[in-house]
Design a protein around this ligand. Structure first.
Ligand code: PGA
Length: 249
């Protein structure tokens, strides 16, 4: 396990100005020598990105958006934020293809366009992939993941600015995580798929779905995992710190 693992905090549609204050604890923690190489990224709701960027300015913590519009240029797209606006607000990362965004209409094709626009604006992309429970039951996991990878990465050149997050949909917010042996195999399979598709050696693949300070000891047994995408457990500073502490020993 390396100490430059990613810890992506996905705050979804949670958080307020007060909760930004609680992250001061995490900022302080991130400056401890032992944890300085941990790649902590906060992805708050759009409206908090700017404040987050300001508060984390003198630290290694980076900020990301949770989605973006595919258009590079400004335009009449009510309710949307593109990668350029994210960048202007201080974001360096963007989560794309999250199952909650897929559920509200993001197709692989749309995600592909979003990836291209984010990369053009020099944002690092956290591309989420993963199967639903029914797909898992029908033993379609690898087929689904492969089609997500192939279609989301269509005409996207091999690129170190894309980080992958394996997020089985049945794990998100349910408290259920995959058996570690199965997860190990799945992450290896994904790394191999990316190698075949893109000839990219050692792609960064994270795991996301109900990661907590209670199950992190189990999850970190997967020594070649590159980090975690953390939803619920990232909202409380102490829980988030605990996860990082337990991972980087
Ligand atoms: P969770 O969310 O940790 O609350 O399961 C993870 C995610 O949606 O990225």
């Amino acid at each position: 396990m390396t100490n430059n693992m990613f810890f992506i905090a996905n705050w979804k549609m949670f958080g307020d100005l007060k909760s930004i204050n609680s992250t001061k604890k995490v900022i302080k923690f991130s400056k401890i020598k032992k944890y300085r190489k941990a790649q902590i990224v906060y992805c708050p709701p759009f409206t908090l990105i700017n404040q987050f960027s300001k508060i984390t300015k003198n630290s290694n913590i980076k900020i990301g958006g949770q989605n973006c519009h595919q258009n590079l240029k400004p335009g009449p797209f009510t309710g949307n934020v593109n990668s350029n606006l994210l960048k202007l607000a201080g974001a360096k990362f963007v989560i794309l293809g999250h199952s909650e965004s897929r559920a509200s209409g993001d197709t692989n094709h749309l995600i592909n366009l979003k990836i291209k626009s984010a990369l053009k604006n020099n944002l690092k992309v956290i591309l989420c992939i993963g199967e639903t429970l029914s797909e898992k039951k029908r033993k379609k996991t690898n087929k689904i993941i492969k089609s997500q990878l192939v279609n989301c990465l269509k005409n996207v050149k091999k690129n170190k600015n894309i980080i992958f997050a394996y997020e089985p949909v049945w794990s998100i917010g349910t408290g259920i995580i995959p058996e570690v042996e199965n997860l190990k195999k799945q992450i290896l399979t994904i790394k191999n798929m990316i190698l075949q598709l893109w000839k990219l050696k050692n792609p960064k693949v994270l795991y996301g779905g109900s990661v907590s300070s209670k199950n992190i000891d189990e999850l970190k047994k997967i020594t070649f995992i590159n980090g975690f995408l953390i939803g619920g457990a990232s909202q409380k500073a102490n829980n988030f710190i605990d996860i990082i502490k337990k991972t980087i020993i």
